[in-house]
Write a protein that binds this ligand. Structure first.
Ligand code: SF4
Length: 348
Protein backbone atom coordinates (compact mmCIF):
# COMPACT_ATOMS: atom_id res chain seq x y z
CA UNK A 1 0.00 0.00 0.00
CA UNK A 2 1.32 3.41 -0.97
CA UNK A 3 1.91 5.86 1.84
CA UNK A 4 1.06 8.87 -0.31
CA UNK A 5 0.45 11.97 1.75
CA UNK A 6 -0.95 14.83 -0.23
CA UNK A 7 -0.53 18.50 0.39
CA UNK A 8 -3.19 19.88 2.74
CA UNK A 9 -5.36 22.54 1.08
CA UNK A 10 -7.79 24.57 3.14
CA UNK A 11 -11.25 24.85 1.58
CA UNK A 12 -13.47 27.01 3.76
CA UNK A 13 -13.80 25.22 7.10
CA UNK A 14 -12.42 21.95 5.69
CA UNK A 15 -8.90 20.83 4.92
CA UNK A 16 -8.63 18.57 1.91
CA UNK A 17 -5.57 16.33 1.70
CA UNK A 18 -2.69 16.03 4.14
CA UNK A 19 -4.19 12.88 5.66
CA UNK A 20 -7.43 14.58 6.68
CA UNK A 21 -10.78 12.80 6.41
CA UNK A 22 -11.86 12.20 2.82
CA UNK A 23 -14.58 14.76 2.29
CA UNK A 24 -17.90 13.76 0.69
CA UNK A 25 -19.36 16.13 -1.86
CA UNK A 26 -22.07 16.50 -4.44
CA UNK A 27 -23.21 19.00 -7.02
CA UNK A 28 -26.42 21.03 -7.08
CA UNK A 29 -28.56 19.61 -9.87
CA UNK A 30 -30.60 22.60 -11.04
CA UNK A 31 -29.95 26.19 -12.11
CA UNK A 32 -29.59 28.45 -9.07
CA UNK A 33 -31.59 31.56 -9.89
CA UNK A 34 -32.79 32.73 -6.47
CA UNK A 35 -32.38 31.95 -2.79
CA UNK A 36 -35.58 30.83 -1.12
CA UNK A 37 -36.51 28.61 1.79
CA UNK A 38 -36.55 25.53 -0.48
CA UNK A 39 -32.88 26.07 -1.34
CA UNK A 40 -31.87 26.79 2.26
CA UNK A 41 -33.79 23.79 3.60
CA UNK A 42 -32.36 21.47 0.96
CA UNK A 43 -28.81 22.54 1.81
CA UNK A 44 -29.52 22.05 5.49
CA UNK A 45 -30.86 18.55 4.75
CA UNK A 46 -27.79 17.69 2.65
CA UNK A 47 -25.59 18.86 5.49
CA UNK A 48 -27.56 16.71 7.98
CA UNK A 49 -27.04 13.56 5.92
CA UNK A 50 -23.30 14.14 5.53
CA UNK A 51 -22.61 16.43 2.57
CA UNK A 52 -19.45 18.39 3.37
CA UNK A 53 -18.91 20.32 0.14
CA UNK A 54 -21.51 21.46 -2.35
CA UNK A 55 -20.63 22.62 -5.85
CA UNK A 56 -22.75 24.83 -8.06
CA UNK A 57 -22.47 25.47 -11.79
CA UNK A 58 -21.99 29.22 -12.32
CA UNK A 59 -22.69 29.93 -15.99
CA UNK A 60 -22.96 33.74 -15.80
CA UNK A 61 -22.43 36.79 -13.61
CA UNK A 62 -26.02 36.76 -12.31
CA UNK A 63 -25.52 33.22 -11.01
CA UNK A 64 -22.25 34.32 -9.39
CA UNK A 65 -24.19 37.01 -7.52
CA UNK A 66 -26.83 34.52 -6.30
CA UNK A 67 -24.25 31.94 -5.24
CA UNK A 68 -22.19 34.62 -3.52
CA UNK A 69 -25.18 35.72 -1.46
CA UNK A 70 -26.03 32.12 -0.67
CA UNK A 71 -22.46 31.52 0.57
CA UNK A 72 -23.02 34.28 3.12
CA UNK A 73 -26.18 32.61 4.40
CA UNK A 74 -25.30 28.93 4.84
CA UNK A 75 -22.60 27.09 6.76
CA UNK A 76 -22.09 24.51 4.01
CA UNK A 77 -18.76 24.82 2.17
CA UNK A 78 -19.74 26.04 -1.31
CA UNK A 79 -17.76 25.65 -4.52
CA UNK A 80 -18.24 27.54 -7.80
CA UNK A 81 -17.86 25.60 -11.03
CA UNK A 82 -16.83 27.90 -13.87
CA UNK A 83 -15.93 27.35 -17.48
CA UNK A 84 -14.38 29.74 -19.97
CA UNK A 85 -15.30 33.16 -18.49
CA UNK A 86 -12.62 34.53 -16.18
CA UNK A 87 -14.90 37.41 -15.07
CA UNK A 88 -17.26 34.95 -13.33
CA UNK A 89 -14.34 33.54 -11.36
CA UNK A 90 -13.22 37.03 -10.35
CA UNK A 91 -16.75 37.91 -9.21
CA UNK A 92 -17.14 34.69 -7.19
CA UNK A 93 -13.96 35.53 -5.32
CA UNK A 94 -15.66 38.66 -3.91
CA UNK A 95 -17.86 36.34 -1.80
CA UNK A 96 -17.18 33.67 0.84
CA UNK A 97 -17.21 30.94 -1.79
CA UNK A 98 -14.68 28.38 -0.57
CA UNK A 99 -13.21 27.07 -3.82
CA UNK A 100 -13.32 27.79 -7.53
CA UNK A 101 -13.28 25.00 -10.07
CA UNK A 102 -11.79 26.46 -13.24
CA UNK A 103 -9.13 25.44 -15.72
CA UNK A 104 -6.83 28.40 -16.42
CA UNK A 105 -5.92 26.74 -19.74
CA UNK A 106 -9.44 27.14 -21.10
CA UNK A 107 -10.20 30.74 -20.23
CA UNK A 108 -8.43 32.33 -23.20
CA UNK A 109 -5.62 34.90 -23.11
CA UNK A 110 -2.83 34.39 -20.59
CA UNK A 111 -3.58 37.71 -18.85
CA UNK A 112 -7.07 36.45 -17.92
CA UNK A 113 -5.60 33.39 -16.19
CA UNK A 114 -3.10 35.69 -14.51
CA UNK A 115 -5.89 37.86 -13.07
CA UNK A 116 -7.76 34.83 -11.72
CA UNK A 117 -4.68 33.26 -10.16
CA UNK A 118 -3.48 36.54 -8.62
CA UNK A 119 -6.89 37.18 -7.03
CA UNK A 120 -7.09 33.60 -5.75
CA UNK A 121 -3.61 33.92 -4.30
CA UNK A 122 -4.39 37.21 -2.59
CA UNK A 123 -7.64 35.83 -1.14
CA UNK A 124 -6.10 32.42 -0.28
CA UNK A 125 -8.89 30.80 -2.30
CA UNK A 126 -8.10 27.32 -3.60
CA UNK A 127 -8.70 26.28 -7.19
CA UNK A 128 -9.74 22.89 -8.49
CA UNK A 129 -8.41 21.89 -11.86
CA UNK A 130 -10.74 19.37 -13.45
CA UNK A 131 -9.36 17.25 -16.28
CA UNK A 132 -12.02 15.33 -18.15
CA UNK A 133 -11.18 12.62 -20.68
CA UNK A 134 -14.03 13.84 -22.86
CA UNK A 135 -12.75 17.40 -23.16
CA UNK A 136 -8.99 17.16 -23.52
CA UNK A 137 -7.13 19.97 -25.30
CA UNK A 138 -7.12 19.32 -29.07
CA UNK A 139 -3.39 18.62 -29.17
CA UNK A 140 -3.87 15.76 -26.68
CA UNK A 141 -7.18 14.37 -27.84
CA UNK A 142 -5.55 12.07 -30.43
CA UNK A 143 -3.17 10.59 -27.86
CA UNK A 144 -3.61 6.80 -27.78
CA UNK A 145 -2.92 6.58 -24.07
CA UNK A 146 -5.82 8.58 -22.67
CA UNK A 147 -4.67 8.37 -19.05
CA UNK A 148 -1.28 9.82 -20.00
CA UNK A 149 -2.97 12.52 -22.07
CA UNK A 150 -5.10 13.45 -19.04
CA UNK A 151 -1.99 13.84 -16.89
CA UNK A 152 -0.38 15.95 -19.62
CA UNK A 153 -3.51 18.14 -19.66
CA UNK A 154 -3.19 18.56 -15.89
CA UNK A 155 0.47 19.48 -16.35
CA UNK A 156 -0.42 22.24 -18.83
CA UNK A 157 -2.65 23.76 -16.13
CA UNK A 158 -0.06 23.18 -13.44
CA UNK A 159 2.60 25.01 -15.44
CA UNK A 160 0.38 28.11 -15.55
CA UNK A 161 -0.28 27.93 -11.79
CA UNK A 162 3.34 27.34 -10.87
CA UNK A 163 4.42 30.33 -12.95
CA UNK A 164 2.59 32.45 -10.37
CA UNK A 165 3.75 30.38 -7.39
CA UNK A 166 0.20 29.13 -6.78
CA UNK A 167 -0.07 25.77 -5.03
CA UNK A 168 -3.42 25.96 -3.28
CA UNK A 169 -4.83 23.54 -5.80
CA UNK A 170 -6.80 20.30 -5.97
CA UNK A 171 -6.86 18.18 -9.12
CA UNK A 172 -9.38 15.78 -10.57
CA UNK A 173 -8.79 13.42 -13.48
CA UNK A 174 -12.06 11.84 -14.53
CA UNK A 175 -13.28 9.57 -17.29
CA UNK A 176 -16.45 7.56 -17.71
CA UNK A 177 -14.15 4.54 -18.02
CA UNK A 178 -13.08 2.96 -14.72
CA UNK A 179 -9.62 1.79 -15.86
CA UNK A 180 -8.75 5.12 -17.44
CA UNK A 181 -9.86 7.00 -14.33
CA UNK A 182 -7.77 4.75 -12.10
CA UNK A 183 -4.71 4.86 -14.39
CA UNK A 184 -4.79 8.66 -14.73
CA UNK A 185 -5.06 9.20 -10.97
CA UNK A 186 -2.28 6.72 -10.19
CA UNK A 187 -0.01 8.28 -12.78
CA UNK A 188 -0.69 11.76 -11.45
CA UNK A 189 -0.23 10.70 -7.81
CA UNK A 190 3.16 9.17 -8.60
CA UNK A 191 4.39 12.52 -9.88
CA UNK A 192 2.62 15.13 -7.74
CA UNK A 193 1.37 15.47 -4.19
CA UNK A 194 -1.55 17.78 -4.84
CA UNK A 195 -4.80 16.49 -3.32
CA UNK A 196 -7.10 14.55 -5.63
CA UNK A 197 -10.86 14.81 -6.02
CA UNK A 198 -12.03 11.34 -7.04
CA UNK A 199 -14.93 10.23 -9.17
CA UNK A 200 -15.95 8.52 -12.39
CA UNK A 201 -17.65 11.07 -14.59
CA UNK A 202 -20.94 10.50 -16.43
CA UNK A 203 -21.10 7.22 -14.53
CA UNK A 204 -24.76 6.59 -15.33
CA UNK A 205 -27.95 5.92 -13.38
CA UNK A 206 -28.01 4.92 -9.71
CA UNK A 207 -26.97 1.27 -9.74
CA UNK A 208 -24.50 1.38 -12.64
CA UNK A 209 -23.08 4.68 -11.43
CA UNK A 210 -22.51 3.46 -7.90
CA UNK A 211 -20.87 0.25 -9.16
CA UNK A 212 -18.50 2.12 -11.49
CA UNK A 213 -17.59 4.71 -8.88
CA UNK A 214 -17.09 2.08 -6.20
CA UNK A 215 -14.73 0.04 -8.34
CA UNK A 216 -12.64 3.06 -9.33
CA UNK A 217 -12.64 4.68 -5.89
CA UNK A 218 -11.81 1.49 -4.03
CA UNK A 219 -8.81 0.74 -6.32
CA UNK A 220 -7.51 4.23 -5.69
CA UNK A 221 -8.37 4.66 -2.03
CA UNK A 222 -6.77 1.32 -1.13
CA UNK A 223 -3.55 2.88 -2.44
CA UNK A 224 -4.28 6.00 -0.38
CA UNK A 225 -4.91 7.98 -3.57
CA UNK A 226 -7.82 10.38 -3.15
CA UNK A 227 -8.72 13.17 -0.75
CA UNK A 228 -12.33 14.02 -1.55
CA UNK A 229 -15.01 12.08 -3.38
CA UNK A 230 -18.01 12.87 -5.52
CA UNK A 231 -20.14 10.03 -6.82
CA UNK A 232 -21.60 11.43 -10.07
CA UNK A 233 -24.98 9.85 -10.69
CA UNK A 234 -27.97 10.56 -12.91
CA UNK A 235 -29.84 10.50 -9.63
CA UNK A 236 -30.39 12.65 -6.55
CA UNK A 237 -27.77 14.61 -4.61
CA UNK A 238 -28.95 12.67 -1.58
CA UNK A 239 -28.01 9.35 -3.18
CA UNK A 240 -24.64 10.73 -4.30
CA UNK A 241 -23.88 11.60 -0.67
CA UNK A 242 -25.17 8.30 0.72
CA UNK A 243 -23.12 6.38 -1.88
CA UNK A 244 -19.95 8.37 -1.11
CA UNK A 245 -20.36 7.74 2.61
CA UNK A 246 -21.05 4.04 2.06
CA UNK A 247 -17.90 3.61 -0.04
CA UNK A 248 -15.71 5.30 2.56
CA UNK A 249 -17.34 3.43 5.44
CA UNK A 250 -17.07 0.06 3.66
CA UNK A 251 -13.38 0.66 3.00
CA UNK A 252 -12.88 1.49 6.68
CA UNK A 253 -11.71 4.99 5.83
CA UNK A 254 -14.43 6.85 7.70
CA UNK A 255 -16.92 5.95 10.35
CA UNK A 256 -20.26 7.62 9.94
CA UNK A 257 -23.11 7.29 12.39
CA UNK A 258 -25.04 4.23 11.45
CA UNK A 259 -24.15 0.92 9.85
CA UNK A 260 -27.32 -0.65 8.44
CA UNK A 261 -27.75 -4.39 8.22
CA UNK A 262 -30.88 -5.29 6.29
CA UNK A 263 -32.13 -8.41 4.60
CA UNK A 264 -33.00 -8.52 0.88
CA UNK A 265 -36.39 -10.10 1.78
CA UNK A 266 -37.78 -13.25 0.21
CA UNK A 267 -41.03 -15.19 0.21
CA UNK A 268 -40.90 -15.49 3.99
CA UNK A 269 -41.00 -11.79 4.72
CA UNK A 270 -43.84 -10.45 6.81
CA UNK A 271 -42.47 -6.95 6.88
CA UNK A 272 -41.84 -4.44 4.04
CA UNK A 273 -38.13 -3.87 4.66
CA UNK A 274 -37.58 -1.53 1.69
CA UNK A 275 -40.51 0.74 2.53
CA UNK A 276 -39.38 0.81 6.15
CA UNK A 277 -35.81 1.73 5.18
CA UNK A 278 -37.13 4.47 2.88
CA UNK A 279 -39.15 5.84 5.78
CA UNK A 280 -36.24 5.86 8.20
CA UNK A 281 -33.56 6.89 5.66
CA UNK A 282 -33.38 10.47 6.86
CA UNK A 283 -33.11 9.45 10.51
CA UNK A 284 -30.45 6.86 9.78
CA UNK A 285 -28.23 9.07 7.65
CA UNK A 286 -28.34 12.08 9.92
CA UNK A 287 -27.78 10.03 13.06
CA UNK A 288 -24.35 10.97 14.39
CA UNK A 289 -23.90 8.40 17.16
CA UNK A 290 -22.11 5.19 16.22
CA UNK A 291 -24.62 2.34 16.04
CA UNK A 292 -25.54 -0.75 14.06
CA UNK A 293 -29.17 -1.01 13.07
CA UNK A 294 -30.70 -4.21 11.69
CA UNK A 295 -33.92 -4.28 9.68
CA UNK A 296 -35.04 -7.83 8.87
CA UNK A 297 -38.06 -9.32 7.17
CA UNK A 298 -38.84 -12.48 9.12
CA UNK A 299 -37.93 -14.65 12.09
CA UNK A 300 -35.58 -16.99 10.13
CA UNK A 301 -32.48 -14.77 10.24
CA UNK A 302 -34.15 -11.71 11.65
CA UNK A 303 -33.81 -12.15 15.39
CA UNK A 304 -30.20 -13.37 15.08
CA UNK A 305 -29.06 -10.28 13.18
CA UNK A 306 -31.34 -7.95 15.07
CA UNK A 307 -30.01 -9.24 18.40
CA UNK A 308 -26.40 -8.43 17.50
CA UNK A 309 -27.23 -4.88 16.49
CA UNK A 310 -27.49 -1.91 18.81
CA UNK A 311 -31.07 -1.67 17.64
CA UNK A 312 -32.90 -4.22 15.55
CA UNK A 313 -36.33 -4.77 14.15
CA UNK A 314 -37.65 -7.91 12.58
CA UNK A 315 -40.98 -9.01 11.18
CA UNK A 316 -42.60 -11.83 13.13
CA UNK A 317 -46.09 -13.05 12.32
CA UNK A 318 -48.46 -10.12 12.28
CA UNK A 319 -46.15 -7.94 14.29
CA UNK A 320 -42.56 -6.74 14.59
CA UNK A 321 -40.11 -7.39 17.37
CA UNK A 322 -37.68 -4.67 18.41
CA UNK A 323 -34.38 -5.73 19.97
CA UNK A 324 -31.84 -3.61 21.75
CA UNK A 325 -28.33 -4.98 22.30
CA UNK A 326 -29.56 -8.54 22.23
CA UNK A 327 -32.65 -8.16 24.37
CA UNK A 328 -36.24 -8.11 23.20
CA UNK A 329 -37.51 -4.66 23.94
CA UNK A 330 -41.01 -4.67 22.57
CA UNK A 331 -43.40 -6.36 20.19
CA UNK A 332 -45.75 -4.05 18.30
CA UNK A 333 -48.17 -4.28 15.37
CA UNK A 334 -46.90 -3.68 11.82
CA UNK A 335 -48.77 -0.37 11.82
CA UNK A 336 -46.96 0.75 14.97
CA UNK A 337 -43.51 -0.38 13.75
CA UNK A 338 -42.26 2.95 12.43
CA UNK A 339 -43.38 4.98 15.43
CA UNK A 340 -41.94 2.48 17.90
CA UNK A 341 -38.65 2.25 16.04
CA UNK A 342 -38.24 6.05 15.92
CA UNK A 343 -38.84 6.22 19.67
CA UNK A 344 -36.12 3.65 20.29
CA UNK A 345 -33.63 5.31 17.90
CA UNK A 346 -33.98 8.50 19.89
CA UNK A 347 -32.96 6.60 23.03
CA UNK A 348 -29.73 5.13 21.65
S1 SF4 B 1 -34.49 -12.62 7.06
FE1 SF4 B 1 -36.31 -13.76 6.43
S2 SF4 B 1 -37.28 -12.45 4.92
FE2 SF4 B 1 -35.21 -11.71 5.12
S3 SF4 B 1 -34.13 -12.82 3.49
FE3 SF4 B 1 -33.84 -13.98 5.40
S4 SF4 B 1 -35.46 -15.53 5.32
FE4 SF4 B 1 -36.04 -13.93 3.81
Amino acid sequence: MSSRLSLPVRVGTLTIGGGNSIAVQTMWKEPLTAIDSTVINKISYLSDIGCELLRFAVPDLDSAQVLGELAGRVKMVLVADIHFDYRIALRCMDFPIAKIRINPGNIGAAWKAEEVIKKAKAGEIPLRIGVNAGSLPRALSKDKNIAEAMVKAAEIELEILEKYGFNRVIFSLKSSDIDITVAANILFSEKYNYPLHLGVTEAGPLVQGVVKNTLAASSLLKKRVGDTIRISLSDSMENEIIAGKAILQSLGLRKFGVEVISCPTCGRTVFDVKAFLDDVKYIIHKFDKKATIAVMGCPVNGPGEARQADLGITGSGNSVVIFKKGKILRRVSLEQALKAFKEEVDKI
